[in-house]
Design a binder for this molecule. Structure first.
Ligand code: SF4
Length: 173
């Protein structure tokens, strides 16, 4: 009887462990939106998306189409407990660009995946407003605030580089 009880307990523990492990894997995979990939991937990046309406550009790691929805996905190779402000602004720029380039489709949210976490970022009027505010600040920049780095690699993926007077990237227009 004791052996039977012990056997059942071990079996339950093993099943729980397997469910826990597969659950973690599923959570990690679930960060990638379901649907068909219509732009880029983590290995071969797509061409730059450009919105002439807003003067914004961007290269999300992936854009997935699910029904009438487009969902941008961005991977950041770092750990964090909450999305970083700059990454939220970058995602907001993707929202504006995708909406401008795809007037018949919706962009309800985006995913920012970090090494240890993932966040669903709603496409809110507040975030879009913040992006447009930052874009205006950069566009009308007269020298202040000053760029705080000398690294062209930071400007390369920046969504504001086409309107930024302090960009370290020389663009062919
Ligand atoms: S200086 Fe570079 S990184 Fe900073 S806003 Fe301009 S383009 Fe972007």
């Amino acid at each position: 009887m004791n052996y039977l009880f012990l056997g059942i307990t071990v079996a339950i523990l093993l099943i729980s462990l397997i469910l826990l492990i597969t659950g973690f894997r599923r959570n990690a995979r679930d960060a990638v939106p379901t649907g068909s990939m219509v732009y880029g991937d983590l290995h071969s990046r797509g061409t730059t998306m450009r919105s002439h309406t807003y003067g914004l550009s961007g290269k999300p790691d992936m854009v997935v189409k699910s029904g009438r929805n487009l969902i941008p996905y961005e991977y950041k190779n770092t750990d964090t407990a909450k999305p970083r402000d700059g990454h939220l602004v970058q995602m907001g720029a993707y929202f504006l660009i995708l909406e401008d380039l795809n007037p018949g489709l919706k962009v309800p949210y985006g995913i920012i995946k970090y090494r240890n976490s993932a966040f669903k970022v709603p496409n809110s009027a507040q975030l879009r407003g913040k992006v447009l505010y930052v874009a205006d600040q950069i566009r009308n920049n007269t020298g202040e605030p000053k760029r705080n780095h000398e690294n062209p690699m930071k400007c390369m993926p920046c969504s504001f580089r086409e309107i930024c007077t302090q960009s370290l990237i020389i663009l062919q227009r």
